[in-house]
Design a protein around this ligand. Structure first.
Ligand SMILES: *Cc1c(COP(=O)(O)O)cnc(C)c1O
Length: 397
């Protein structure tokens, strides 16, 4: 049975009339960059996220870059980032001629390990950029406590986590100074091209980012500071406005699929209680902790009292020792998978100038060789999910 990693066509066909009309409306208006669609979208996003200000940006990467520029990060500054993330997280730091300082991951969530942050702080540290990896909040209480104790800024990379909630119910992107989001088509809220969002509760940072989004220009052709072209297109805003009302339903569909995977992996005898961090004979597959099987509420595989973050499952990641062989086997069964990410930052060629200590990141190293992303998009059928688990069972038989 064919199981694609992601198929965006069912979503398009379900909303085709509205989406086509929204795109044509922009064509009729001939108003392509920023403008009324983007203004309306920003208001709707701010209300959805529960944040004072939201700014439409050209991409998630640009939202993170603009955030650091607005915080005056530059040469000589250090920014603490996880070593295990999508490239942009560290790339934007280096592009500003600041230094990314890499931290290993937490073995349960693969987010930055908050316990290891404090030891990385120096006189040069200006900010930290935790990532809400795969759609699950990083440990924001610990991160914010360290930030406050040392007077550091916090930029949240929420590019994979729009709508995800920290355990206290706050959405990601509202906790640090600035949040960055991406509307790359494969994210839970995907545009029809590149797009992003910057969020903040700080009026001054909002004004500064708004200004820097258009080359720091105000009035026209007068520049008090150097910004960039970080503008969102009207067509993207129009498409995203049609999709936003469905986002929670789609993320709930992903959670339901995650629960079914967990249930089936456990029934197949391939996994024990989700969240185990060690392999043993009965535990061939390590499930994400966020779908923790509750002993008191059977069939509640996520938001357990032990782990109450609301995960939006942009990716469903399992860990398997025989990862590469399993991936080949899945390919034979027409199950598409992906590796997020095969190379942590400390092993990237472009970051060797940092002279990273190769023995300092054991959790990220293990994750990069053992993690595999299974198809999780909301329109997957139960038969497809059963096929994936059945194929894994066949591999381990
Ligand atoms: C997708 C992503 C980005 C970058 O978003 P783009 O819109 O593709 O620029 C940044 N960080 C993380 C963690 C991401 O997953």
């Amino acid at each position: 049975m064919k199981v694609p990693l992601l198929d965006l066509k069912p979503q398009y066909h379900a909303l085709k009339q509205e989406l086509d009309a929204a795109i044509l409306k922009v064509a009729e208006s001939q108003y392509f960059i920023l403008g009324p669609e983007v203004d309306a979208f920003e208001k709707e996003m701010a209300a959805y996220i529960g944040v004072k200000h939201a700014l439409g940006i050209s991409s998630g990467t640009d939202a993170l870059l603009l955030a650091l520029m607005a915080l005056d990060i530059g040469p000589g500054d250090e920014v603490i980032v996880p070593t295990y993330s999508f490239f942009a997280t560290a790339g934007v730091v280096t592009r500003l001629h600041a230094t990314p300082v890499l931290v290993d991951s937490d073995p349960v969530t693969y987010n930055i390990d908050p316990k290891q942050i404090e030891s990385k702080i120096t006189k040069k540290t200006k900010a930290m950029m935790p990532v809400h990896l795969y759609g699950q909040s990083a440990g924001m209480d610990e991160i914010m406590n360290v930030a406050r104790a040392h007077g550091l800024h916090v930029v949240e990379d929420g590019c994979q986590a729009i709508g995800a909630q920290y355990k206290d119910g706050r959405q990601v992107g509202t906790i640090g100074d600035i949040g960055g989001f991406s509307f790359f088509p494969s994210k839970n809220l995907g545009g029809y091209g590149d797009g992003g969002l910057a969020t903040t509760n700080d009026d001054a940072l909002f004004e500064k980012m708004k200004f820097m989004r258009v080359h720091g220009m105000n009035p026209k052709y007068y520049h008090k500071m150097v910004g960039g072209n970080f503008r969102l297109d009207a067509i993207q805003a129009a498409v995203l406005r049609v999709k936003l009302p469905h986002l929670n339903t789609w993320s709930a569909g992903r959670r339901k699929n995650a629960e079914l995977y967990a249930k089936l992996f456990i029934e197949a005898g391939l996994a024990e209680s989700p969240g185990k961090t060690d392999y043993d004979a009965s535990n061939r597959v390590l499930l994400p902790r966020a779908i923790y099987a509750s002993s008191t509420t059977p069939h509640t595989y996520y938001r357990s009292p032990a782990f109450p973050n609301v995960h939006i499952f942009n990716q469903f990641i399992i860990r398997v020792k025989e990862r590469d062989a399993l991936r080949d086997f899945f390919a034979k069964k027409e199950v598409a998978t992906e590796i997020y990410y095969p190379v942590p930052f400390h092993r990237q060629e472009c970051f060797q100038y940092l002279k990273p200590d190769m023995s300092a990141y054991p959790v990220a190293d293990a994750a990069s060789t053992q993690s595999i992303a299974l198809p999780i998009f909301p329109e997957l059928s139960e038969e497809q999910i059963r096929w994936v688990v059945q194929s894994a069972a066949e591999f381990f038989a």
